[in-house]
Design a protein around this ligand. Structure first.
Ligand code: PEP
Ligand code: MG
Length: 677
């Protein structure tokens, strides 16, 4: 055995390129070569880049090099020589280029869910999704390992191509990072560990790669040196690539820390539904709008969210400190100490302003002139069921059931759905609950169906259900069975006209007949239609004669009436909930409901916004469904109004020419500070 002490003297420490050179030199010898930090904190195999990087050896770190084997003296000399030559880094590394400035960076966006959060960035790539664990039988383990090796080979070929291009276009100095990525893929610490995990745990390759990758990443997030810690994101990149190649698409989440702030260029609602939300505190995305499903869920779950941050995602690294300030529509990356201090104080103050009394009232609310208004809850996830009671809702006005389908390719079975709907009925108590048939498509597209050129106008909602009848039948059966446990209704999403309603009702009737013939306990349900596209508004009387109730989806009604993508921040200036054309559609639908004597429940985001809720009452709405946490505020506002007075304002609004005019009228009429809360 031969050993010697060395010190890291290069400016950047033992970073990725230096480590890659060290691996190259060490691998020429048969002897084992071990590096040990003299402070005793870590040791590493000099032939493994991943292992070396975990030393977190910044400039000035003292190490011991230990060689053991037939050529130990030569190996030791070669490695020590490399240390003394600062790892042969002939090309100047532009540290500035590869490390981000760590000065405070502020970005303005659009607040879609209130609050202020101080946390750590957790980057999620666009279009990524969770990796699931599958049990692999003994006979298939070898095949699983081969599948993993094939993904490694494919990743390697991709990286070689990327590296060649980077070399040509940017020069050798900038392509080096891909050398490091390629070495990660050759590193036994990664590949052997994954294969061992597959065999030992009878695990599928995706899960094994995720577990091993997460372990490596968690080592990196503990590294103090900012520059070296960033190398964790290189490992993240490689693991993502491997997983993408294994699954044939995008990816998977690193472990969530306690104060994770999800940063993403865009975030699918299904992605949020898959996350362990106990740890997520806030969301910051480059894209998104007020009425996107992501924003709706964030509000429902009480997660602070700022969207429309343009190129913010690219500026972040997992682990960076961040403040998400939805009061000011702003995110602050690498906050300066004085900023942090100010915000710590603000966060504390905000916590104190929650009024615990506000949650206690429940049931319908009565305006000053005696009009009773039901306040129901919109829920997306079973974790929100408790909120129905907590905020005093009159049951559940809208359960967006498609969140049960968020797992890619995984359809919830009839029994699984039955359990959820039964829990929903119980949570809704005597007021009952309304389950919406899967509104798949649009923002929920890619996992369940092929990408379409124009998903919002494509095979969405009722169209998807009618095209995939087996999925629809399974859901309908589960709903009918759960209805035996309490008051449960069903609503058909995004019908274009009464034709859609008739086709859907036929399927429901057939399933009732089948359940009866199978002697399965069930109960018939009330059937409603979502009115949220202009053709449904214009033919509302026809639809009303064939359903038990309407649900007015104002989010989509704005999107389709004004031809403005609800999730596209570039057109958010045109997304005007108070546009007179939208108000006209609402008023027309309310009238049609009244004419047919069926309830009309307004369940879009509009109902969750106090001044807009007042306007809805002015237009004649008496049934509102909203984010549970907003119920106390809307309740308190509605107790202060006179429905006949707000009716006058609503009529003026219907007569206005532009959204600006309506907004002015609303501001003027409902200027009480509590109304605009
Ligand atoms: C709506 O469109 O207003 C609605 C309630 O449904 P969703 O937001 O889920 O499309
Ligand atoms: Mg809708």
């Amino acid at each position: 055995m031969a050993e010697r002490r060395v010190q890291v003297t290069s400016r950047l420490g033992l970073h990725a390129r230096a480590a890659a050179n060290l691996v190259r030199v060490a691998s020429q010898f048969q002897s084992s070569l071990n590096l040990q930090r003299l402070d005793g904190n870590a040791e590493a195999d000099a032939k493994s880049i991943l292992s070396i990087l975990t030393l977190a050896a910044s400039r000035g770190t003292d190490l011991k090099v230990v060689a053991h084997g037939v050529d130990e003296q030569e190996a030791l000399d070669a490695v020590v020589g490399l240390f003394s030559r600062d790892f042969d880094e002939t090309e100047k590394v532009d540290r500035e280029r590869f490390s981000r400035p760590i000065t405070e960076l502020r970005c303005k966006g659009l607040s879609v869910s209130d609050g202020i959060v101080i946390g750590r960035v957790l980057r999620l790539q666009e279009g990524t999704h969770e990796v699931y664990r599958a049990h692999i039988a003994d006979a298939d383990l070898e095949r699983e390992r081969r599948r993993f090796r094939a993904a490694v080979r494919l990743s390697r070929r991709q990286l070689e191509t990327i590296k060649d291009r980077a070399e040509k276009e940017l020069g050798r100095g900038h392509a080096y990072i891909f050398d490091a990525h390629l070495l990660f893929l050759q590193d036994a610490k990664l590949t052997r560990d994954v294969e061992d995990y597959i065999v030992k745990e009878h695990s599928n390759a995706e899960w094994a790669a995720k577990v091993v990758g997460d372990r490596l990443l968690s080592i990196y997030t503990r590294i103090n040196d900012e520059y070296l810690r960033e190398r964790g994101s290189d490992i993240e990149d490689v693991i993502q690539r491997l997983l993408a190649n294994l699954t044939g698409e995008g990816l998977k989440y690193p472990n969530l820390s306690q104060d994770a702030v999800i940063v993403s260029s865009d975030l699918l609602p299904s992605t949020i539904a898959e996350l362990n939300l106990n740890h997520v505190k806030a969301i910051a995305t480059d894209a998104g709008g007020w009425a996107s499903h992501m924003a709706i869920i964030a509000r429902g779950l009480g997660l602070t969210a700022v969207v429309g941050l343009r190129d913010f995602y690219e500026r972040t690294r997992t682990g960076d400190q961040i403040i998400v300030d939805a009061h000011n529509g702003e995110v602050i990356l690498h906050p300066a100490p004085e900023t942090l201090e100010k915000y710590r104080f603000t966060v504390h103050e905000t916590d104190l302003t929650v009024d615990p009394q506000a949650k206690l009232e429940c049931g319908p609310v009565t305006t000053r002139d005696g009009i009773q208004i039901s306040l129901r809850a919109n829920v997306e996830l079973p974790t929100e069921f408790q909120a129905v009671r907590d905020f005093g809702a009159c049951g559940v006005g809208l359960f967006r059931s498609e969140f049960l389908l968020s797992r890619p390719g995984l359809m919830s079975s009839e029994d699984e759905q039955f359990e959820v709907y039964k829990a929903l009925v119980e949570a809704a108590e005597e007021y009952g609950a309304i389950v919406r048939l899967f509104d798949v498509g649009g923002e929920f597209g890619p996992d369940l169906k092929e990408r379409e050129r124009n998903p919002a106008l494509g095979l969405r909602a009722v169209r998807f259900n009618l095209r995939h009848k087996q999925i629809m039948r399974t859901q309908v059966r589960a709903i009918l069975r759960a209805a035996a446990a309490g008051s449960l209704s069903l609503v058909i999403p995004m019908v274009a006209d009464v034709g859609d309603v008739r086709l859907a009702k036929r399927v429901i009737e057939e399933e009732m007949e089948r359940l009866a013939s199978e002697n399965v306990t069930f109960s018939p349900v009330k059937i409603g239609a979502m009115i949220e596209v202009p053709s449904a508004v214009l033919t509302a009387e026809k639809i009303a004669s064939e359903v038990d109730f309407f649900e007015l989806g104002t989010n989509d009604l704005v999107q389709y009436t004004l031809a403005v993508d609800r999730g596209n921040d570039k057109v958010s200036d045109w997304f005007r909930t108070l546009h007179p054309a939208v108000l006209y559609g609402i008023s027309r639908t309310l009238e049609a409901g009244k004419g047919a004597q069926i309830p009309v429940i307004v369940c879009g985001e509009m109902a969750s916004t106090p001044p807009y809720a007042v306007l809805l009452v002015g237009l004649g709405a008496v049934d509102l469904s909203m984010i549970p946490a907003m119920i106390p505020r809307v309740r308190s506002v509605l107790t202060q109004i006179d429905a006949s007075n707000v009716r006058e304002v609503a009529l003026k609004c219907l007569d206005a020419a532009t959204a600006d005019e309506v907004e002015d009228l609303v501001r003027e009429a409902f200027s009480d500070s509590r109304l605009s809360a």
